[in-house]
Structure formats: C-alpha cells, structure tokens
Design a protein around this ligand. Sequence first.
Ligand SMILES: [Zn+2]
Length: 246
Amino acid sequence: MTASLLNRLMELETAVSYTTPPPEGERPFTYQAGDLPILVSAPHATVHQRCRREKGEEEFTGALAQLLAETIGVHTLYSCYRLMDDPNWDRSSPYKTTLQEIGQSRDIRFVLDLHGMSNRHRFGLALGTMNGRSCPTFEPLILQTVQAQFQQTSQAAAKSYTDLHWDHFVLNHARFTGGLANHTITRFATEQLGIPALQIELCSSARVVERRPFSQWPTPFRGQPEAIQQAVTLLESLVGTLLAAF
Ligand SMILES: [Zn+2]
C-alpha cells in the first residue's frame, strides 16, 4: 500500500515545475475544485521570492495537496510554477486573490495550508493555529486527531533531540505559529475571509519521496516511507474530523 502511495506522489509531483516560470498568459498556481467544503493549499510547492530573496520549493507539498483532492475530494490550490512573490508572506498576491474568489464562490468551510520544514528542527510536524486564533472551534478536535497518531512535544524538548523524531509534533512552535505578524495564508483565510484555517508544516522525511534532479536543494534525499504514509493518513483523518464537526 505504501509503495503505491509513494509512486502516486512521485507522479503527482511531476505536475509541479519548481523553477520554471509559467507559460505566457498562465498563472503560477493551479486550482482544482472538489466536492468537500475543505480547501488544501500549498503555496510554497515551487521556488518563491520573499523580500527579493529566492526560497527553495517545499517539495511534495504540491503532490500531497493533489493526492488529497484525488483520494477524498478536497478543493486544492497549489503553486505549480516559479512564483515571483510569496503568498504566505506578502500582504496581497494573486494566489491570495484567487483564494478569496474561491472562498466567495464555493462552499469552503476550512483551509488546510500545507508547508514543508527542514529535518533540522528534529520533529515531524508543526501545527500553527496563530496561538489559538485561527480555528478555535476546531482546535481541540484537531489536537485529539493528531495526538492519536503523533506524539506531542514542546519546542524546548525538541531542541534537545539529537536525531529526527518524525512521529513527534509541536503545536504553535514560535517559528511555525501560522502567522502572528506575518501575512500568512492561515491568517488571510481567518481574518480576511472568515474561514477557519490551520497551518501544517511537515518535515522533509515525512513528505519527500525522492528528491527530483532539478530541485533547488543540492543533495540527493529520500524521505521515510513510514513517515510519509503516516503523514498522509493524518491529513486524511484531519479532513474526516473536520467534516464530522461542521
Ligand atoms: Zn512554506
């Protein structure tokens, strides 16, 4: 089962061109409509620019968003070509405008914003709820769902780990709060669109099936199949939890 999941993620990631600019007249992101009132967003699936500095793609977040659309029917919005801005940083961006249009024209009751963090933080998953502000009604249920599959730890404890604990998660790590001062997608959905949202950061081992040859990241890398499988299972169960709570 895990092997076919990994193969499918590799196929889906080919829809994402990390560094290529969009063809003339096309946007650097794709929206696929779904049947469920949940949108999975992956604004950093490709190379993007924050304050004129280039930032590398968050590999396989685009594949994961597409996979959830395919397997359970969520709406999805993800970057598929090089971005000249940072939708998770800039106050306004074409990505945010599109998200707003989707929110106004479709029945979207929750936004899951997917990101990738480095293994150097030594834990698997960071959940950001803007310190309790982005989805207060759902946060206890979300926490319960995650706690059933991942072990909760603190930022301080994670700092003392000497190796990666991919099955551990931190809620509202200071670096991954989902946006207190920054103009994140989570904050935009919550404050501007009135749609509750959650930011999810997955470590490299829990999402990167195999680094592609033209990645901006220099060294070959393979994630851990078990970790990737568990991350997918978690994302699917989070959607289930939310649907049951609406
Ligand atoms: Zn990101």
